[in-house]
Structures are given as C-alpha cells and as structure tokens.
Design a protein. Sequence first.
Length: 317
Amino acid sequence: MEFFKIKKDIPFMKNALVFNAVSFVTFALAVFFLFSKGLHLSVEFTGGTLMEVSYSQPADLNQVRAKVGTLGFSEVQIQNFGTARDVMIRLPAQKGVSSAQQSDKVMAALKADAPDVTLRRTEFVGPQVGDELAVDGLKALAFVVVGIMIYLAIRFEWKFAVSAIIANLHDVVIILGFFAFFQWEFSLAVLAAVLAVLGYSVNESVVIFDRIRENFRRYRKMNTVEVIDNAITSTISRTIITHGCTQIMVLSMLLFGGETLHYFAMALTIGILFGIYSSVFVAAAIAMWLGVQREDLIKPIKKEGEDPSDENHGAVV
C-alpha cells in the first residue's frame, strides 16, 4: 500500500555528512547531559515506601495525587492495581523518616477525605533492590543489543549490523539525554519504552537494508550511493504510514493516558521520531561509509570453464 510514489530518487546520501554531523552533535549533547545532570531515577531504583490502599468505591486518582502532593513529597507514583478501588502509592525515601511514619502520614491525609480508605500493605523497598533493578535493566539492554547485531549479521552482513546498532544506540542515548536534561522521572516503564524503541528502530533499518539488498540484485548498473537513495525513496510511503499510525497512538497515550503513562509515552514519542531519522539517514549512511557493496550481499558463482575476470558471470543472493 502506498499513499504516493516518488518517480525520481531523492539524493539522501549526497547530504550524508551533514546528517551524520547533526547526529554526532545531538549524541554528544545527550552524553554531556547524562554525565553532568544524570538521570532522575524513580522509587524503583532509589528505594522508598510502597503502599497499597483500598477504597470502598472506585478511587479518584487525581484527588489522591493532589492530597498526597500536599504532604511535601518530591516525587510520588500513584496508580490503580487489580481493581479501580485499589491504589498503589510509591513514596521516595526521606532522611530521618521511617517507612511506617511515611505511611501513617499519608493514611491520615487520605482518611481526612475518605474515611473508608484502608491500608492493605506497606513495605520499604531498599536501595539494594534499586541497584539490582538497575543492573538487570542494563543486562536486558545488553542482551537486546547483542541479539540485534547477531540477527543482522546473519541476515545481511556485518557492516549492516554495525551501522544499525550504532544508529539504534544513538536513539537510546538521545532518549536518556532528554530525560537527563529535563530531569524527567526515569522509571521501569520508561526503561521498557527504551527497549521497545530498540526493536522498533531496528525494524525500520531491516526494511531499508532489505530493499538495498534487493536493489543490488535488481539494478546492476547502479552504484552503492544510487542503490541506497533508491531504497530509502521507495520506502518513504511505507515509513509514513507505519510511523504515522504508531505516532498517533503514542500521542494519544501521551495526551490522554494520565500521569501513569506520561513518561512512558514521552520516551516512545522521542524514540520513534529519532528512530525514523537514524534508520533512514544514520544507519544507511554509516553502511555507506563502511564500504558496503554489491559483492557483500551477492556472492558470485564460478562455473566450470568460466573466466573469473569476466564481470558478467552469474551471481546469487
């Protein structure tokens, strides 16, 4: 399905150096903010108090957030779990204040508006648990990166694997850079969004790489730059349809999903936008700089009695 068809190839690779320079500057700024400001980690990583409360009627989360917000806590996570009457509250750790004191303070504030609210469970999530979550998150990211590289190296060629993983890590670092610069809360939900962006971005890269391989086989007179330009141009309509529909759904979560989904949707929004850019301009350009050529993807077959110097001998993918 195509909304439109561009008859003349757009010379994307003509400006590849400019695109890569923009990517490098953006990447460098993201790294700078990560080191200078750091991530604003949520309770899951830093430790704090976890409370589960229950109401006799469906709870108004906005009202609960407003009430807990008056107690002076810097960052509080409030969401439903199980049913609409059950609410989970995550409070950041405070110096000199125990978990029991925090829960008593919150319950007193909640009972002032809703005497029927009951405390079902309260526990302290220590920093050690946060360290384990951080390590597990990094391990998950490492496994995803290695898996993507192996997959692309097997399906295509190692030059494509290297270019795609550089482009995808470029997306991840930029997402983290945004969260560091604006000091948005980085939670497990955001980490899940980052991992989702990795898979989403590599899908776009695979589509373009597959078209490049097909073009090498179909257009024997085209050079590498022309092949890449044609591959990107011919997939523009597909890119607009796929990413446009996905972005509409993510924006709906961002605008109407409430606080629970806000930063999750924000990470996806940034990742999808930069994922399009990196897959089209960064990954393809790096593959070109690495010297990908027809011989990398199409292996010549030497027939018996055929002159190896003959440029017209057979080739297969």
